[in-house]
Design a protein around this ligand. Sequence first.
Ligand code: ADP
Ligand code: MG
Length: 694
Amino acid sequence: MAQINIDTEVQYVKGVGPQRAVLLEKLGIKSVRDLLYYLPRDWVDRSNLTPIIKARPGELETLQGVVIASETRQVRPRLRITRVTIKDHTGFISGVWYNQPYIEKVLKRGFEVIFHGKIDTYRNYLQIAGPEYEIMDDEPGESNTSVNMNRIVPIYPLTDKLYQKQLRRIIKNALDIYLPALSDDMPVSVIKKYSLAGLKASIYSLHFPENFESLKAGKRRIVFDEFFYLQLAFLLRRLGIKKEKGIIFASAGGMYDNFIKSLPFGLTGAQKRVLSEIGADVISGSPMNRLLQGDVGSGKTIVALAACVMAKQGDFQSAIMAPTEILAQQHFRSSDALFKGQGITCGFLSGAMPKAKRAKIIERIGNGEIDIVIGTHALIQDDVIFRNLGLVVIDEQHRFGVMQRMALVKKGREPVHSLIMTATPIPRTLSMTVYGDTDVSIIDEMPPGRKPIKTHVFESGDTGTIYSFLEQRLRNGEQVYAVYPLVAESEKVDLKSAIEMEKELSARFRDFKTAIIHGRMKKDERDAVMTSFRNKQTDILVATTVIEVGIDVPDASVIMIEHADRFGLSQLHQLRGRVGRGEKQSYCILVGDPHTEDSIKRLKTMEETQDGFKISEKDLEIRGPGEFLGTRQHGISEFKVANIFTDRSELFLAREAASAVVDGLDDGHQDEKERLENIIRQRYGDSFDLINIG
Ligand code: ADP
Ligand code: MG
């Protein structure tokens, strides 16, 4: 008997052939395995079709009958109504479509069809407006009964040229022949412990469920699999990292203690906790791979600098990379001041530096004179060579790509420790699926004495009130940010723009100095504007979201964000974090005219809480992970069936299961480890490099 191979090209499945194989490939289906994993987007219960006479207005029904009339009428100059009437042995009903005359050609008299939709009435007759429909007539040589009728029927996501019926038939053929060859890679212990349904039965049930019970069990199994293998991949990679030899720093000692003592404030409990986590990593003997999350203003920078001191005590250099010139300079200025007289030398490197100055810095990095280099992307250029880099810190990591991070990490001669920092709190469910191989530290406590930022939502008609409030603050010597969604006016959308509003605001506030900053300006222009704002030469800074990241101006106490309903919540939270950095009471004024209940609720969330984690949960819920992360960081963390909200409890179970499996892989289990690694490679291909991350 010929070996049945589930990775056979899909064209060899009965009913496919070379032409349909091309159509299937467009759906991402190349092999039989892909086909079996091409799962329905919905299921319709046709196991007991309603007789037409029993259809009730207002109910969602699935009805079947023969087309007895099909016609289109021009009712008004721009309205054509197509009415297709079907009949079964109990009665008749019409499907009605507006301005879709082609339907008449599709649903011809005599065809057996199914309508699915909400029943309503028109002049005492039953009808369904725009029903989903399907023609039930058999293709030559194919029988409908088993896959299209009298059962729960799958509805696949499809493009044109391929019909539900055809795909159902093809998938049924593939299941009949190939499903027995699908091997279940899940460790038996996991199947038992978590009471998972069998893989073959689950795949079958997802396509052609016996009943809704078995559909549910099948779905759960596939959801669990999706989460489990991703977590397994992360944890195997983490194991790989832990096996590498890590540089040893000194996490305590004279220089470190002096640094902590010299700080103008005491560390918060959260900062201390995170530092002890980092301290344990850098003496553990394996490389640190840690994500530090903490809200804007929670004091991540000090933590990073303290880690750099640990490196210095181990006689290693550190590099801190920030996404913008301004931010890098800000870090450099504050660090340079903090390290004065402590025998630690900081250096600054950016793309905007004069050549000679840059060359000098690079030389001092190379000969080890500089202990901590702070800079922008300029740090990853080829000619920047460290004497002995031991620690890499990436600030606002979501602004960098994976490649850029890697490029900096690779500047170490040995595997370096890395600390990546973000002020966008990532809900745990999401961080598990994006940073599953990374240890996570959280600063969940603000430095003492911070006054909560008072946040208020206004409507665009409230300008008078808002402006007189701004005037009051300005007269009090405070500074104001005014944020707009657009740089310049646009014909496409009716939104206020920074350029337009800068004119308005400078006319309204004549006694004060106004400046503008946006992404279309040159970098050095932007830097000059920022500098003048920081030095209080400017009172009102009109901006687009370019001010989003990290800028620290203590006297800026008001931020006004117009068209606030156009921004994501996390983005609003980030923007709001530009104020509230000094002693003064700060204010966030959100101006918007939300049109939906949802967007009103969203803005209310901002009034109610300053907890970045709560806000990000909400944001993730509303916008989904892709939008939330901005850039796709790992293509692999996309799920076909699983949903990190509705299936979150499965996610935690899958993580737990994968941890137990990986923990069980001590040196005696090399075979099992290789087996699992192969499964991961097969599932994720090259996107998951198990061994070499450094
Ligand atoms: P972020 O986490 O947003 O990067 P920063 O590190 O820039 O926050 O810190 C924000 C401000 O809080 C800085 O001015 C910093 O000096 C100050 N700060 C940090 N830690 C403390 C602390 N424990 N007590 C008081 N102020 C602190
Ligand atoms: Mg910061």
